[in-house]
Design a protein around this ligand. Sequence first.
Ligand code: ADP
Ligand code: MG
Length: 292
Amino acid sequence: MDFAQLAAQADTLIEALPYIQRFRGQTFVIKYGGAAMEEPDLIPLVLRDIVFLEAVGINPVIVHGGGKAITRRLKEKGVAARFVAGLRVTDAETVDVVDEVLSSVINPEIAGGINRFGGRARSFNGRSVFRTRKAPPIHHEGAEVDLGFVGDVLGCQVLQVIKAVQEEVVPVISPLGEDDAHQAYNINADVAAAEMAIALEASKIIYLSDVNGILRDPKDPSSRIPSLNPDGVAALKADGTVSGGMLPKVDSCLKALDHGIEKVHLIDGRIPHALLLELFTDKGIGTEIVRG
Ligand code: ADP
Ligand code: MG
C-alpha cells in the first residue's frame, strides 16, 4: 500500500470528525429489525457499527424487533400470523411465543454479537421496562379489530437503562411490556423504540428496516423521499402512500418529534454499514423526518 492510499484512509476518518464531535454524548435509539437482524452476513456489519458508535462517545440504545423469527416459530406450532394495519394480532399463545423467541433467541444473539465485537451489551426484557395496558380495538376497513395482547405504552422504567448507558454499556431491549397484573403484552417494536427515545430524551431514532426509506411508490425503490416534515408525513398517510408496517413507524416518528426528538432516520439495514453511512456522511441514504 502506498502513502496516497493510506492518506485516503485517513481522509475517510477525518470526514467523520465533525459528526463525531457533534454527536458525542448524545443518545441514539436504534430500532433493529428486518433483514439486517435476520441475515447472517448483515448482522456483524450492523453490530460492529453499533460498537463503533459507542466507541466514539455516542450512546446507542437498541430496541429490536423479531417479526420473521416469531412468524416462523408460530408456523412451526401451526398458528397463523395475522397483521392488521401493520400490527400483529396477538392471542394468548402468540404472546408466549413472542416472549420466548425474543428472550431466548433474538435478544441474546444481538447482545452476544456486540460483546464479540469488543463492545459491552446488557439485555433487557421489555417486560421490566415498558408499562403497558391493552390497546383498544382499532378501526380497520369498516370493522373493529381486537388486537389481543398488544400493548399501548403507559410509561418506561428507564433507571437501569440509563445506568447501562452511563457505564458505556449498550442496552438491548425487547419490545414487550407488562400491565399492573404482570400480564405480558406484545408492543410493536417501532412504537417501543419511540417511547424509549422519548423517555431517554434521545436526540435521534434510527429505524433499520428492509426498505430504503419512505417511498412515493412503495413498489419502486428509486422513488425514495429523502426528507419529510410532519405535514408531509400526514399527507402521505392521508392519500394511502404509507400503509402496512410503515404506519406504526411514521406514527411513532411523529410522536417522538412532538416530544423533543430532533430527527428520525429510516434506513435500509440491507445496505452494508447503513448506520455509519447515514450518520457520518453528508449524503443521507434513507428518509429523514424533521420537525417544522
Ligand atoms: P420492520 O420489520 O422493519 O418493522 P415492516 O414490514 O413492519 O418492517 O414495515 C416496512 C414495510 O412497510 C415495507 O417493507 C413496505 O412493505 C411497507 N410500506 C408501506 N408503505 C410504504 C411506503 N410508502 N414506503 C416504504 N415502505 C412502505
Ligand atoms: Mg414493523
